[in-house]
Design a protein. Structure first.
Length: 145
């Protein structure tokens, strides 16, 4: 699975921790920035990550900012993206199992690195259940039309 990850300045430290965690899992990771602590605009990074997914260059994306809220709001404006802001393991698993989320948003200022890695693992390891959930996801995607 190819993953694209991005953060603004408020999430750069957690992004680096998660990149290392993903590498240890043997996953291919592409870093869409930012690369310094200099202030930047999270919508720009969210768009970069989401475009990688919608272009088929990555299967899933990870976005990190201070709270994850701004990234999730921006990502969900991109057609074809189902971004889930997750602060716990159960929500992360359900965002995949029931909603087929293709982007997870995390907040560096609200999550410790250990918890963030556990949340990410649950998200990566959970498959979409399909069935009745497929119908609902299709209805979500139809809203974009």
């Amino acid at each position: 699975m190819k993953i694209v990850i991005g953060s603004d300045h408020g999430g750069i430290h957690l992004k680096e921790v998660l990149k290392q965690h993903l590498a240890e899992r043997g996953l291919e990771v592409s870093d869409a920035g930012t690369y310094t602590e200099e202030s930047c605009d999270y919508p720009d990074i969210a768009l970069k990550v989401c475009r990688e997914i919608t272009a088929g260059k990555a299967e899933r994306g990870i976005l990190v900012c201070g709270t994850g809220i701004g990234m999730s709001m921006a990502a969900n404006k991109v057609k074809g993206i189902r971004a889930a802001l997750c602060g716990d393991v159960f929500s992360a698993a359900m965002s995949r199992e029931h909603n087929n989320a293709n982007v997870i948003c995390l907040g560096e200022r609200v999550l410790g690195a250990g918890l963030a890695a556990c949340i990410l693992d649950a998200w990566l390891d959970t498959e979409f259940a399909g069935g009745r959930h497929e119908r609902r996801v299709n209805k979500i995607m139809a809203i974009e039309e």
